[in-house]
Design a binder for this molecule. Structure first.
Ligand code: FAD
Length: 504
């Protein structure tokens, strides 16, 4: 019996994701519990030429999981986790795609407290499948890399219901030609795009393509457009026993940029370097005043214009304190005050600092929700662009210039260590919202000229599809569409993602 159900009001939540983009609709929905279910649904939809929007935890910020017609396949029911296995390749665990990040983290803590899964995209209710489809990263990627660096194998169901098993290192392209063979023996020949990807540490803009690339990498970051991930093998890392969080405050934003640069050039090698601008901190302060339970908040030094959070993980207390001393020296040299550093060196204070970090996007989202009551047509549109290290100051100058020119209210935070901050424009009405795209498109052009990426970690989804063409040009888009056509000739999987509504 088919598990496909008609879309009714009961499933209204499945027409949205965290981008809060409106207008989603679908005819039917399914909640597969196994790969067999996924195959059956995919075959049924393929026979009927029905588009399928694949969903994980719906925490995505680009409407990638929002359906515009057809069928919704939500994978949250596939949430099994295998045994943690150790061999000469390292330590690994196999998971189904619907496993929540928080559930995986808890499982690892219980089974092997000495290990961890390093990708940390802040929102722990993301599913592993969604994280892989977006090549999610987050704060800790500064030292440990994005999801891509920790996926060693995938099982995938293609649009025609065929299954492909890919183990890293076993299936490589020859130059830019990739051949895949399904378990049934069916072949797929793919001409990979010929573009050169940007030289940045974080990038999830369109399809991954380079000479002799690993086939696993094509599916990571593909926003559900090439296949449905039904199982992933993930690499786990060994924890360093000493962990400390530090918050530095600056009365001038430029000092925070100098600090970032100096820390990167030092031997501190933090896990993360995270930035918060004045307005993001003000919104957070306001929310924490209204919040009954905001133990993460303390009084910030007077005149704070920017803050930087870093996390250090080392093997011994001595190593940590050497690095803390170096960081204190750098903060003094770059215009900050070493006496005003917040130090989190216990599990409780560390949790407060992480809660502080998490509360920033949440408080901005809450502010937009309030504004939406009066202006339902608005949404927050945050940038997700990254540039090479030597363009950090240029990109900040570009953001500040653009915001002043358009008169937009904004709040900026994020992964400054990777030259990747989220500039969130906070529209006060529909008119401002309507002009946001224009500014984002201008920025996308300048970012591409700086050798950067228009999406570093959230993926392109639907809301950023207009930027992908700016980055890769018509030829790049045509080459990506050819990849999709080779694997999904009917254009059934996640229409609208990457290519916009005209792209399939
Ligand atoms: C407060 C907040 C903070 C965030 N901070 C960060 C951050 O710091 N870094 C970061 O990287 N992200 C961040 N995010 C974004 C978000 O958590 C990620 O994009 C997440 O990886 C998406 O996972 P999901 O399960 O929610 O996917 P969904 O939103 O459900 O889907 C995202 C995409 O994945 C595809 N997909 C889902 N499952 C599968 C599957 N099994 N097979 C194929 N395709 C699939 C969907 O089709 C869609 O294209 C943040 C989000 C929030 C709300």
């Amino acid at each position: 019996m088919s598990i496909i159900k008609p879309m009714t009001e009961e499933y209204e939540d499945y027409l949205h994701d965290e981008s809060r983009t409106g207008g989603g609709y679908a005819d039917s929905i399914s909640f597969p519990c196994s790969e067999e279910d996924v195959i059956a649904v995919m075959k049924e939809c393929s026979d009927a030429d029905t588009a399928v929007t694949v969903q994980g935890g719906r925490t995505g910020l680009t409407a990638a999981a929002v359906p515009y017609g057809g069928h919704v396949m939500n994978l949250s029911g596939m949430d099994g986790i295998g045994e943690i296995e150790e061999d000469e390749r390292g330590v690994h665990v196999k998971v189904q795609p619907g496993v929540l990040l928080e559930k995986l983290n808890e499982y690892i803590r219980e089974k092997r407290a000495d290990l961890f899964f390093s990708p940390d995209p802040t929102e722990t209710t993301a599913d592993i499948g969604g994280m892989i489809a977006c090549n999610a990263s987050g704060a800790k990627s500064f030292r440990y890399g994005a999801v891509r660096d920790h996926v060693t194998a995938l099982r995938i169901v293609l649009a025609d219901g065929e299954t492909v098993v890919l183990r890293r290192g076993e299936h490589r392209a020859e130059g830019r030609k990739l051949e895949l063979t399904a378990e049934s023996g069916r072949h797929y020949c793919i001409d990979l795009p010929t573009y050169r990807m940007p030289d940045v540490t974080k990038n999830t803009s369109g399809y991954y393509a380079e000479d002799d690339m690993d086939a696993v990498d094509l599916f990571i970051g593909s926003n559900g457009t090439l296949g449905i991930i039904t199982e992933a093998e993930l690499e786990l890392l060994r924890k360093k026993p000493q962990d400390i969080g530090l918050m530095f405050f600056f009365t001038d934003e430029k000092c925070a940029l100098d600090f970032t640069d100096a820390v990167r050039k030092s031997d501190i090698c933090p896990v993360s370097i995270e930035f918060f601008d004045r307005h993001a901190l003000e919104i957070l302060e306001e929310k924490s005043r209204a919040d009954q339970n905001s133990s993460y908040m303390r009084e910030m030094p007077a005149g704070t214009a920017a803050a930087i959070f870093t996390e250090l993980q080392e093997n011994s207390e001595d190593e940590i304190y050497d690095k803390l001393e170096t960081a204190a020296g750098i903060v003094e040299e770059t215009g900050g005050d070493a006496d005003k550093i917040w130090v989190a060196d216990t599990p409780g204070t560390m949790k407060n600092m992480m809660d502080f970090r998490h509360a920033v996007p949440e408080s901005v989202n809450a502010l937009i929700d309030v504004r939406k009551q009066e202006h339902p047509g608005i949404a927050k549109l945050g940038t997700d662009m990254s540039v090479p290290d030597d363009r950090l100051k240029d990109v900040f100058a570009m953001y500040r210039r653009g915001l002043a020119e358009y008169g937009f209210e904004s709040a900026t935070w994020g992964h400054i260590g990777s030259n990747h901050v989220h500039v969130n424009i906070l529209p006060r009405n529909e008119e401002e919202f309507g002009r946001e795209h224009e500014l984002q498109a201008k920025w996308a052009g300048e970012i591409a000229a700086m050798g950067g990426a228009v999406s570093a970690e959230h993926g392109v989804g639907k809301n950023k599809a207009f930027m992908l063409g700016i980055m890769y040009g018509e030829k790049g888009i045509a080459e990506m569409k050819a990849v999709k056509a080779a694997l999904d000739p009917k254009g059934l999987l996640c229409p609208g993602n990457l290519f916009g509504t005209d792209g399939e």
